[in-house]
Design a protein around this ligand. Structure first.
Ligand code: AHR
Length: 498
């Protein structure tokens, strides 16, 4: 069944540049993520020759992974970077406190930086605040970024890396309100001031990321305690996991209601983004333009436990969620400057020597077309597909879920329009008239659609293309065009403008 919808793109309403880093990634020493998802060792059959898993490198390269956050996560606040440099055979094995088992330290700073280089991504390092010290963090910065005749710069050179790495993004602790040390926000602000004072002084070119929270209380109390030291913060970060087995079901087994609950709750994430922005703006009072980073986000299904190494399947539903969340981030391009999906396992899954590209991988591959474009305002009208509950999980009334969710951007030369549209309906195709408010002619359009027969479909090691993309090109020559978006699909339109 087909119903009418409309999508009007405001060609003269620029939101901001879409920072390519909102399509970023996160790797942590947990489960199969690093070993063997990223690092397999030089002698492995599936190595790229540097010791990195070739399939993972290829996947991240092909989606233009712009930035990778490492080493955690909770792991970061127990990680001592000096364990992971120097000859691999003499690196100490340590307990992995958060994710169990032992850490071999085979994949350390030099490997991480080289991995980022091979992939073409910018490195983002999270320093240990919880069990570390400013001195340790400063030594790590010196190892990475300084070029003089100093102890740690020389250590890097003697490990074979003469040129400094110039790591720009540094996180000061991870979830310091929880696994990072269970600090309170004011105490964390004091620690943040200590760490950031020395880090910024040693290398003023770096960008520092403070640990925020999804509770308004933490962000307000932290920002208030930082009020007179606002120059030390470049970004405030929050994490958001869709994690509620009862409400969302399992990774592959979920009811229609659970499917809709998941998408409906994206509004909750939006609300938390707005609250974090409010805290930033209120306390920085226009004195500094502090950005928001969502440096961990994703779906955390009940199957992903410490025991399973956080392994979970990724269905078309997860891809639809990722697409709608990336639409949301794109619409907030004026404030959200980076986001890192947790973890690289959400774009490619590994088992022994086998690898599969997940449905979420395809979303990142499609959405890379927004990178570095200008985000545009879009008015998207479509029928309600889920009316939600009277009271949401946050005891606030949320809006009913509409069938179509969209975001748009325009290339810097203003010649190409990119429109990403998610049809969140489970049973209806929707036809939409796509227009622009300036009457500019659309010359040619290419539609890429990600879909499968069933929203519970996923790619597995035996059949890798259950969820895949198809592409069609159309000549238009008009300032509007009608497209039909199939039920439970993710779509990217690239439109050449006159
Ligand atoms: O991604 C798994 C964990 O989730 C991270 O280590 C932590 O930061 C978050 O709670």
């Amino acid at each position: 069944m087909v119903e009418d919808c409309s999508i009007d793109i405001k060609l003269d309403h620029y939101i901001d540049l879409v920072d390519k880093n909102i399509f970023g990634h996160f790797i942590e020493h947990l489960g199969r993520c690093i070993y063997p998802g990223v690092w397999v060792g030089i002698n492995s059959k599936v190595s790229d020759g540097n010791g990195f898993r070739r399939d993972t490198v290829d996947a991240l390269k092909s989606i233009f992974a712009p930035v990778i956050r490492w080493p955690g996560g909770c792991f970061a606040d127990y990680y001592h970077w000096s364990d992971g440099v120097g000859p691999r055979e003499s690196r100490p094995r340590r307990l992995n406190v958060w994710w169990k088992g032992e850490e071999s330290n085979e994949f350390g700073t030099d490997e991480f930086i080289q991995f980022c280089k091979v992939v073409g991504a910018e490195p983002y390092i999270c320093v240990n605040v919880g069990s570390g010290s400013p001195e340790e963090a400063l030594a790590w910065l010196e190892y990475c970024n300084l070029s003089g005749n100093t102890k740690y710069a020389n250590m890097r050179a003697s490990n074979g890396h003469i040129e400094p790495y110039n790591v720009k993004f540094w996180g000061v602790g991870n979830e310091s309100w929880g696994c990072g040390g269970n600090f309170d926000p004011v105490y964390y602000a004091w620690e943040y001031r200590r760490f950031s004072t020395f880090l910024k002084r040693a290398d003023p070119s770096i960008k520092l990321i403070a640990c925020g929270h999804i509770t308004r209380d933490w962000n307000f109390r932290f920002m208030e305690a930082m009020r007179d030291h606002i120059h030390l913060i470049d970004y405030l970060s929050i994490h958001y996991y869709f994690r509620n087995g009862q409400r969302y079901g399992d990774d592959v087994n979920f009811s229609d209601e659970q499917y809709f609950n998941l998408l409906y709750d994206i509004q909750h994430l939006e609300y938390l983004i707005q609250q974090a922005i409010y805290a930033i703006d209120f306390f920085s009072e226009g004195r500094k333009d502090i950005g928001l980073i969502v440096d961990e986000w994703g779906v955390w299904h009940p199957q992903a436990t410490v025991e399973t190494g956080l392994y979970q399947q990724n269905t078309l539903r997860d891809a639809i969620l990722a697409a709608s969340v990336l639409n949301l981030f794109t619409r907030y391009s004026n404030k959200i400057k980076m986001a890192n999906i947790a973890q690289a396992q959400s774009v490619c899954l590994t088992e022994g020597n086998k690898t599969i590209l997940t449905p979420t991988y395809h979303v990142f591959n499609m959405y890379k077309s927004h990178m570095n474009n200008y985000a545009l305002k879009v008015e998207c009208e479509s029928p309600t597909v889920w009316s939600g509950e009277k009271e949401s999980i946050v005891q606030r009334k949320l809006k009913p879920l509409k069938a179509l969710d969209a975001s748009a951007s325009i290339s810097q030369d203003k010649k190409i329009l990119v429109l990403t549209v998610v049809n969140q309906s489970l049973d209806k195709d929707y036809s939409a008239k796509i227009s622009n408010n300036r009457g500019v002619k659309f010359l040619e359009a290419t539609l890429v659609t990600l879909n499968a027969n069933n929203v519970r479909s996923y790619n597995d090691f035996e059949s890798k293309d259950n969820v895949k993309t198809v592409e069609e090109t159309f000549t238009v020559n008009s300032s509007s065009i009608e497209f039909t978006f199939k039920k439970h699909s993710v779509n990217r339109l690239t439109i050449k403008l006159e």
